[in-house]
Write a protein that binds this ligand. Sequence first.
Ligand code: DON
Length: 581
Amino acid sequence: MRSRRPLYAALVCVVASLPFSASAQDAAILSAEARFHPVIAERGMVSSQEALATEIGVDVLKAGGNAVDAAVAVSFALAVTLPRAGNIGGGGFMIVHASKTGETVAIDYREKAPAAATEDMFLNDAGDADSVKSRFSGLGVGVPGTVRGLALAHQRYGSGTLTWADLIEPSIVLAREGFPVSDDLASSLSSNWIRMHLARDDEATRIFYGPTDGPPAAGTITTRPDLAATLQSIADDGPDAFYSGPIAEAIVAKVNDAGGRMSLDDLSGYAAEVRAPVTGRYKGYTIASMPPPSSGGVHLIQILNILEGLPIAESGLNAAKTIHLMSEAMSYAYADRSMFLGDPDFVDVPVGWLTSTDYAEEIRAKIDPDHATPSSEIRPGTPPAPYESNETTHFSVVDEAGNAVSNTYTLNFSYGVGFVADGTGILLNNELDDFSAKKGVPNAYGLIGGEANAVEANKRPLSSMTPTIVFKDDKVFLVTGSPGGSRIITTVLQIVVNVIDHGLDIASATAAPRIHDQWLPDEIRIEQGISPDTIRLLEEMGHTVALKDAMGSTQSILVTPEGTLHGAADPRSAGSLADGY
Ligand code: DON
């Protein structure tokens, strides 16, 4: 590790002499006043939620792999070391920027509903939504997309210098020879909720609690022999080893034993998609983020468009006025999410309208600068007709050539549905709970949906995951993303505005207390650290303010104009690490 800490002392005079109006980009980089400092490197950087996975990614970069190669290796490693979210039995999204061609693409490897899925499959006999079916039974398991997504990324955007097997090898070694249980893994496995969740499946209990006859202590060396064998097959025979043959058979058997409806054809027919990212402009920067079936990019850009015409930089970071304006903008966006967003292969999502500056202006005109709008008065907008067609994990990678990867993937809940396909070590997801089981009934994150996100055969459930790359003058400026269910979009938003509007360096932008408003429930959710005076002012404007758990776990890399890399792993997650060389 050759990353170094910034020599801010030497910069104090320079910064002191800067006019107050120094550009946000200067401030984000120089930030002599900062209480938090990024990790700095010159050539390549990885920021992920688990240190061993970060180091594997850095080793790939040092060995001549590019950002995509590193991303593939990090993804497989997280499936071993961060099993509550890192996965091969789930799905996700990856934004890739290839510096040579200037191309930026969005790889969609979101899980799909099986062909036998039906609109009413999460309802009980009385016709009410039954969350046990969508969250805790085989019916909630989507056809996994991770392995096909990573294979597609490697094949099309890898450097060609490292093979697929080279990139899986470090994870096989971890799983076969063992790795020390991190504080984070020990603490999650000892939590009562996770113990109960995994106790429903003998195979999951055997793997996670069997060797130590209870939750493992931090520092204990643990092995995952079944997962090592599965990874070895995928390394030797490619992604087909996952989607057909004995591994696929074990997945299908487990899902169906648990009440699901998955077939071998569902697995063999699964394909990842390359989509055009959704893009927007914000104060001279270009934002590229995840299009549907994620709602993340659309609403990130919609909220930024609304904020572009509001004085949040002037009112200041986490001032009552700033929080008020952001919460109103968020609320309108989440109302639209409930109505218009779904899988674009099944429904026409009015992306152009939702991300237009005209529509943002329309919303802005409705925002009272001093008073909260009750959620009951906020309704999804009316598009012009006809319109055009806790636990996830994020990591970011930038390599020496300027390629970048922003990847968020998930099993949905911590440890997904809590079932392991027997003999494979593969934890299965419960992603199909992200569908709207019934119009107007919230999912596990309190998100409401309608027809556009109804369950249908082979459809992808709507997501909030928001892997994002921000460009300045066509060069990568910021790579970021986060877990956090419905809070993902607003968490990523705050990284962007903390850097661009408030001039924070990436470490301070990450550490700053976060807020969130998702229309329903009608409240602003805040983290610790927003002052009581600010809360009082917000309440005087008519807001309900609720202090809740920390939100998100951003993993970000900022690139200075000189090409220096500043990494910030979110301090909210024990064991996360940004590192480079
Ligand atoms: O795709 C989504 O939006 C959710 N399944 C993500 C879940 C999540 O982030 C949970 N973690 N905190």
